[in-house]
Design a protein around this ligand. Structure first.
Ligand code: PLP
Length: 452
């Protein structure tokens, strides 16, 4: 599926005055084919800009933020006094480790830290990130040339396309995917190619020459996005797949960007979540590769906003130059605390976090299977990606918006419709593991009482 960054009279699908239900209805009826909804980043056909619409054509060319409709329904259920179990958000419920908080408190008291930050990263943070790459993945990098601190992974991911893509150049996103790869590429004026992955391939991209969608996307493309462990699928890639992607990008002249936000939330051995930079044949000095890391999920630090990009010097320089024009880097005190966190990535607290997520995963997998959901248990990450149960009136899996609505209305359980991650995932949904085992178990008990 090909979409273009805003160039013509595409415009908005304004939903602010609509109720949540009518928002959902309008989303469901706005595009073909039947049952599909505009994927995040899809260009929505619309009228010319009205006199009161302050938004640029670029912004109006993006689709409405689909999750707003779910949020509104959730708020209405809470206001009506329902005990809502929110399995929608991917935001860890557990606290940041105390040693990181203590480090912040000390660093925040140092006056030098109150000035503009070291934009690309403090010496301490850059060296801690390089040491993490070495100890965790066996990859040796130069902290000065190969690393840039970011204000969370989203900062780096959303700014990269502005730094490396000319309008009209192609960006390839394998879906279902975290929506920011597509949105940021479109905002940069890129031509977006969504290449579908499927359950049969365990949600990994088919990089073989036989993949016609990929073949059609490659000419004119300049950037390829990868995300393993994946949001929403929880799929992992081995070094073989990462090496194959890097080979393909090298041959075709593409920049390869990999998002490793969930690198430390694995359920098997750490080796099941490798870095792109450790894949055979990948050469950080030669290959146009970049990888995004985040402290958000590893250390329960989503609110702190800290991550880093590591990769080829030319690509890192393009990111730095872009960010120079948008921000001034993460607060130095947060970088100090983040450095300590990275130095202690092998703390027993993280092993305990992984065990807790594994327990939650097992509860969710069993509960969803019990109501007839098809799924592959996630290998990593904080989500379960499952197919909606069969609708007894049609004999087919339910539409994900209807399913998600039903769960909120009849069970007080919030999940996210799959259509938010791929336009072909209209009968899939995502469930987050960021609630305690008793709440997850309670959610599964409630689901078991529903009839589909
Ligand atoms: C796959 C993926 N990448 C990146 C991010 C961004 O995280 P942060 O900006 O908090 O590092 C998220 C957040 O949910 C995500 O799911």
């Amino acid at each position: 599926m090909v979409e273009r960054g805003r160039t013509g009279n595409n415009g908005p699908m304004t939903m602010s005055s609509q109720s949540a239900s009518s928002q959902i209805a309008s989303i469901q009826t706005s595009t073909a084919p039947a049952g599909a909804v505009p994927a995040p980043g899809a260009i929505v056909q619309a009228t010319a800009r009205g006199p009161d619409d302050v938004r640029s054509d670029r912004l109006r060319g993006l689709p409405p933020f689909l999750f707003n409709a779910i949020d509104e329904k959730k708020r209405a259920a809470i206001a009506a006094g329902k005990d809502v179990i929110n399995l929608g958000v991917g935001d860890p419920d557990r606290p940041t480790p105390a040693f990181v908080i203590d480090a912040l408190a000390k660093a925040a008291a140092i006056p030098a830290n109150h000035q503009y930050p070291d934009c690309y990263g403090t010496q301490r943070f850059l060296h801690a990130a390089a040491a993490f790459m070495d100890r965790r993945f066996g990859v040796s990098v130069d902290p000065k040339r190969h690393i840039c601190a970011t204000i969370g992974g989203k900062d780096g991911i959303s700014h990269l396309p502005l730094g490396v893509l000319n309008p009209g150049e192609g960006a390839i996103v394998f879906t279902p995917a975290y929506p920011v790869y597509a949105q940021a590429s479109l905002l940069a004026g890129a031509t977006l190619h969504r290449v579908q992955c499927d359950a049969q391939h365990r949600w990994r991209p088919d990089l073989s020459p036989g993949n016609e969608a990929l073949n059609a996307a490659l000419p004119g493309s300049r950037l390829m996005w990868l995300n393993f462990p994946g949001n929403p699928t929880g799929a992992c890639a081995d070094v073989g797949l990462l090496a194959a992607a890097a080979n393909l990008c090298r041959q075709q002249g593409l920049i390869l960007a990999s998002d490793l936000a969930y690198s430390e939330v694995y359920f098997d051995a750490p080796a099941s979540v490798p870095s792109l930079l450790q894949a055979p044949g990948v050469d950080i000095e030669r290959d146009a590769v970049i990888e995004f890391h985040s402290l958000s999920k590893t250390f329960n630090m989503t609110g702190w906003r800290l991550g880093f990009a590591v990769g080829n010097e030319r690509v890192i320089k393009a990111l730095k130059q872009t960010k120079d024009n948008y921000d001034s880097g993460p607060f130095n005190a947060i970088q100090d605390a983040g450095a300590l966190a990275l130095e202690r990535f092998d703390d027993p607290l993280l092993a305990e976090m992984r065990s807790e997520y594994a327990r939650r995963r097992d509860i969710a997998v069993a509960g969803l299977r019990a109501i007839g959901c098809e799924l592959t248990p996630p290998e990593a990450g904080i989500f379960v990606w499952a197919r909606c149960p069969i609708d007894t009136t049609t004999g087919k899996p339910m539409n994900s918006w209807r399913f998600v609505e039903k769960l909120i209305d009849e069970a007080g359980v919030v999940t996210v419709p799959g259509a938010g991650f791929a336009d072909t995932a209209h009968d899939w949904f995502r469930l987050s593991l960021t609630r305690q085992t008793d709440r997850l178990a309670e959610a599964m008990t409630r689901l078991a009482t529903l009839r589909f």
